[in-house]
Write a protein that binds this ligand. Structure first.
Ligand code: URA
Length: 204
């Protein structure tokens, strides 16, 4: 067997989580033979940003948000005055779910059940980090905090309050922006930027 069982004591450090997720087999994604991608960033941070799951590039690198969506996110964070090196970036689901298509691995969204299973790890990260503010990128990340799938278009732009009082901001996932073209892309990128600026100003 090996690895930490999810019912065992909660992990005491982020390093412990990074190690233990590699052995997690609680859902089918954890059993697909890919490597788990841990969160990244300082243990003392005011902001935790959460994506859906690692993509192809992230799984290869073992780091979150290093592919095309990550580059777009980086550009928007910088523009909004948010320093990636000072925040913690992680995903709702720690393994990469995909379908093979020839030599390519095509992203598949995690199911609600898979997100709910992986929440144990996200909650463990959150308990250790105690961020002042959380940003969820897209509906899957939102679900990981709200235990329901939010309507991002309606619920973005202003924070919700989680049970422990932490403000949760919700916006679209950068992969969604990458799928848009021309004017729609420009318009949606401005909305994304405006969500990030709202959050940045709430941090003071
Ligand atoms: N998309 C995500 O949600 N997370 C990553 O780490 C990369 C792409």
């Amino acid at each position: 067997q090996g690895g930490k069982d999810i019912e065992e004591e909660p992990p005491a450090t982020l390093e412990e989580i990074a190690h233990a997720i590699g052995a997690c087999r609680r859902c089918p994604i954890g059993c697909n033979g890919t490597r788990a991608v841990p969160g990244e960033g300082p243990a003392r941070t005011r902001l935790m940003i959460v994506g859906e799951q690692p993509g192809d590039k992230e799984e290869q690198a073992g780091r979150p948000f290093v592919g095309p969506a990550g580059r777009l996110l980086d550009a928007h964070l910088a523009r909004a005055g948010l320093d990636r090196a000072r925040l913690y970036l992680t995903n709702a689901v720690k393994h990469f779910k995909f379908v093979p298509r020839g030599k390519r691995r095509l992203h598949q969204s995690p199911t609600a059940g898979e997100i709910d299973i992986c929440r144990w790890w996200l909650d463990s990260e959150r308990r250790l980090l105690r961020p002042q503010v959380i940003l969820a990128l897209g509906a899957s990340a939102g679900r990981a905090f709200l235990a329901r799938t939010p309507a991002v278009g309606k619920e973005r732009g202003a924070p919700m309050e989680l049970a422990d009082g932490t403000p949760l901001w919700l916006t679209v996932h950068p992969s969604y922006l990458l799928r848009l073209k021309d004017e729609a892309r420009a318009r949606e990128e401005e909305r994304f930027q405006s969500d990030l600026r709202g959050l940045a100003s709430s941090l003071g």
